[in-house]
Design a protein around this ligand. Structure first.
Ligand SMILES: Cc1cc2nc3c(=O)[nH]c(=O)nc-3n(C[C@H](O)[C@H](O)[C@H](O)COP(=O)(O)OP(=O)(O)OC[C@H]3O[C@@H](n4cnc5c(N)ncnc54)[C@H](O)[C@@H]3O)c2cc1C
Length: 435
């Protein structure tokens, strides 16, 4: 063989969680493995996870599978049964990272540090005998059919391998190295890439409170709910008046808009077309009383008003619905006593409680999203092996594929499971090639 210093069994592009898991697995299967990483260290994004604590997996995955992984959940079932959240805990415990479970099935390392997770993976990679080259961006890939070898061009020269694993991640937080290069490489190999969108990101708002949306008021001018966290709100995303998605859970108001699990679940459904935002056609509808029908809420409110005619309405709202004071100010800006509240104002309060409308300013930029929605089309990837159905010997794992999950450790589990499947199958492929 000419042109390369050495031909590896497997080359992995990208030393993020998926690539590291794939490389360790392939090495443990006996393959010679080279990992090529663009940045000066492995796992830059991994270091940011879970606010630096690394929410490594989630034990509720089997229960929540379909709703968590959206449209392409089915594609992931084989990889998750091959390498489950429990397998993740065992794997990390064996490499010196014991973990514990916190609320909602979330699992964290006992050390509470993402760095410990990253360092253990890099150490295990070396222990298995795999080579890691950092500061080595891959610039192009091609398969030399005459020799059945993958040729991988980097800024430091060309490398060859029998099997190639693309683990380049998505296109968010580009400073971490995830700049969407993998999509370019996949396209070079005649794969299709589904449209990309930000997922798990705050939603930017231009107005907030009903029925102020149509008056075009900016709530920030007089009253800002920024800083409030509500434990249970139902949030609906509407595009041109039609429901695009709905989520329920904690909601956090920020200076720019809304964040927290319920809002972040909806980001992936924000439309791309900027014109829709200019015309105010993209809105959020918030229900602050998701367990109560409007009629029930009205009955409760009327009874409370009749029993306390001289009580300040904001106080009454807080007591009746267990609302925070800032939320009662949001649903009723005026300072009225109960017996001064007209039927019209009462109806308005109820509308604001059950369907506050907020206008979305624009689609959240990709750079600030935690995860990329869209990617290499999973219809072109075999779910058990992660091997390309277009080019034999090419494998994918992690976020470069069109898979994304909810927040709570699901996306890292996706990286571990698909990385494991790809590493195992790539090693087997290279063994077959060597025969
Ligand atoms: C702030 C933040 C917090 C998060 N917290 C959590 C959490 O707690 N739990 C959870 O489950 N998920 C979390 N996520 C999501 C999770 O980090 C990702 O889903 C996961 O990192 C994807 O892994 P990956 O290996 O597929 O890709 P990445 O982690 O993006 O790794 C891809 C690697 O490929 C390298 N690369 C790219 N192009 C090239 C090239 N041309 N040549 C060589 N190398 C290249 C990159 O430099 C990078 O190191 C978080 C994300 C963010 C941004």
């Amino acid at each position: 063989m000419t042109g390369y210093e050495k031909i590896f069994d497997v080359i992995v592009i990208g030393a993020g969680p998926a690539g590291l898991m794939a490389a360790i697995t392939a090495s443990r299967e006996g393959a010679s493995v080279l990992v090529l990483e663009k940045k000066e260290e492995a796992g830059r994004k991994l270091l940011l996870t879970g606010h630096g604590r690394c929410n490594i997996t989630n034990l509720l995955i089997p229960v929540n599978f379909r709703e968590t992984f959206h449209e392409n959940a089915r594609f992931l079932t084989s990889a998750f049964s091959l390498f489950s959240p429990e397998d993740t805990r065992t794997f990390f415990s064996e490499i010196g990272v014991p973990t514990h479970e916190e609320e909602d099935g979330r699992v964290f390392p006992d050390a509470q540090k993402a760095r410990v997770v990253r360092d253990a993976l890099v150490k295990e990679l070396a222990t298995c005998g795999a080579e890691l080259l950092t500061e080595t961006p891959v610039t192009s890939v091609r398969k030399k059919n005459s020799e059945n070898v993958w040729e991988v061009e980097t800024t430091k020269g060309a490398f060859g391998a029998s099997a190639l694993i693309l683990a380049t991640g998505g296109a968010t937080f580009p400073d971490t190295g995830s700049e969407g290069d993998g999509y370019k490489f996949a396209k070079m190999m005649k794969h299709t890439v589904t449209p990309l969108a930000p997922a798990l990101a705050p939603i930017l708002l231009s107005t907030c409170t009903e029925n102020t949306a149509d008056r075009g008021e900016d709530c920030g001018a007089e009253f800002s709910p920024a800083g409030i966290t509500l434990p249970d709100v139902s949030v609906m995303l509407l595009v041109e008046g039609k429901k695009a998605a709905e989520a329920r859970g904690e909601l956090l108001f920020t200076h720019q808009g809304v964040s927290g699990p319920s809002a972040m679940k909806l980001t992936r459904k924000l439309p791309e077309d900027p014109e829709l935002y200019k015309t105010g056609a993209v809105t959020l509808r918030l229900d602050f009383l998701p367990d109560m029908r409007r009629e029930q809420a009205e009955e409760l409110l009327l009874a409370a008003m009749q029993a306390n005619p001289n009580r300040h309405m904001k106080r009454l709202l807080c007591e009746t619905f267990h609302l925070m004071e800032k939320i009662s100010t949001m649903v009723l800006p005026e300072d009225l006593v109960a017996n001064a509240v007209t039927k019209e104002v009462r109806k308005k309060i109820l509308s604001n409680l059950k369907e506050s409308v907020m206008t979305v300013e624009k689609r959240t930029p990709m750079a600030v999203a935690y995860v990329t929605c869209g990617g290499v089309n999973v219809k072109e990837i075999a779910p058990k092996t992660m091997m390309s159905k277009v080019v034999p010997g090419l494998f994918f794992c992690g976020e470069v594929m069109d898979v994304d999950g909810a927040s709570g450790g699901y996306n890292l589990q996706c990286a571990w499971s698909t990385g494991f499947a790809a590493g195992k199958a790539a090693a087997a492929f290279s063994r077959e090639e060597a025969r």
